[in-house]
Design a protein around this ligand. Structure first.
Ligand SMILES: [Zn+2]
Ligand SMILES: [Zn+2]
Length: 171
């Protein structure tokens, strides 16, 4: 699962409010104040904000609220169903986690103007969602509309894209 504090049953996540600086939000460094669980790292806040009903209150340098997030950042139940059909579960190569154990990751993070559209979303289990946010693994949607993952150079110097074949016979 993703964050154990966040129920994701039926694709409906809990409403939480995150307060952190804009620079922290963009870089994933520093701390955020989270109503529900107290202090968490900004990286954790980014992961929560990726799929949950998070209301980000972005603060300027003087602590003034700059921006309150919008609902369309969230994957809708219909989008989650479409993702479950497309990805079959966690899309990370070699992972067999089913859709119920996954959250919808924004390939281009919404704070970087990424849109909540199927071609900007990919299903990931909690472990691989964390890996994508915290490592040099990259994910993109290939020209055929399916997600593929690019390993860090230390795993594959050629950085050849990989796909998950656990959920489908598609290659
Ligand atoms: Zn994410
Ligand atoms: Zn996974």
């Amino acid at each position: 699962m993703g964050n154990p504090d966040i129920p994701t049953q039926a694709g409906d996540s809990v409403h939480v409010v995150v307060t952190l600086g804009l620079d922290e939000l963009k870089t994933g460094i520093g701390h955020a104040c989270l109503d529900l669980v107290g202090d968490i790292s900004a990286t954790d806040a980014r992961i929560l904000a990726c799929d949950c009903k998070v209301i980000p209150v972005t603060l300027g340098s003087h602590g003034e609220p700059l921006d309150v997030g919008r609902a369309q950042r969230l994957a809708t139940p219909a989008q989650r169903r479409a993702l479950a059909i497309r990805d079959g579960g966690c899309a990370f190569p070699g992972c067999d986690a089913p859709p119920q154990q996954c959250t919808a990751h924004h390939i281009v993070f919404w704070a970087h103007h990424g849109e909540t559209r199927i071609d900007n979303l990919v299903l990931l289990c909690g472990k691989h969602h964390r890996l994508i946010h915290n490592s040099d693994w990259e994910v993109r949607i290939a020209s055929d509309g399916y997600p593929e993952f690019i390993p860090p150079a230390f795993i594959d110097p050629a950085r050849a894209p990989r796909r998950n074949t656990m959920h489908t016979t598609r290659t």
